[in-house]
Design a binder for this molecule. Structure first.
Ligand code: FES
Length: 169
């Protein structure tokens, strides 16, 4: 599927964008639209406004910046900084890089999925947590590693991970 088709297909999600969000995004577009190479700061600021980059917003930005939606979609999906789905108040990242994987980080993921009733890439119903699987967090000596928000936890056991997560409310 082309990136344009993927963008079109996913734009039908139930995305709710408030009018004031569009007002703020209009101001961002206005500020940058004549500056070459300014798509990334526009997307960064739009993500700050919405909490993520809904497909409808990507298309809105493409129109405002006079760009193809597939270019905007391509940039939004290329950089891991950008997220196309809403994130929870606390983002839980579990490392599945080699060092963590051999120390059974997959069991940590399975435990979190079962306890919080969500899949990787999803957000809990109360919007408190979202779960991401990542490849090497650069702390292999601490494997297996879990990061919650800005906090890094090493040598995490699947049996103990919920005790850590529950500290974040
Ligand atoms: S493999 Fe997990 S931190 Fe490097």
């Amino acid at each position: 599927m082309s990136t344009e088709a993927a963008a079109e297909q996913t734009a039908t999600n139930n995305e709710v964008i408030l009018p004031e969000m569009y007002t703020r995004i209009d101001a961002i577009i206005e500020k940058y639209k004549d500056k070459p190479g300014s798509l990334i700061p526009v997307l960064q600021q739009a993500q700050e406004v919405c909490g993520y980059l809904p497909h409808l917003v990507q298309r809105y930005i493409a129109k405002g910046m006079n760009m193809s939606p597939s270019v905007v979609f391509g940039v939004a999906t290329f950089y891991s900084y950008f997220t196309l789905v809403p994130r929870g108040k606390h983002v839980i990242r579990v490392c599945l890089g080699t060092a963590c994987y051999v120390k059974r980080s997959e069991e940590i993921i399975e435990k979190i999925k079962a306890e919080l009733d969500l899949e990787v890439g999803e957000i809990t119903r109360d919007k408190k947590y979202s779960l991401e699987a990542v490849r090497c967090l650069g702390a292999c000596g601490l494997a297996p590693v879990v990061v919650i928000g800005q906090d890094t936890y090493g040598d995490v056991a699947a049996t103990k991970v919920m005790d850590i997560i529950k500290k974040y409310d």
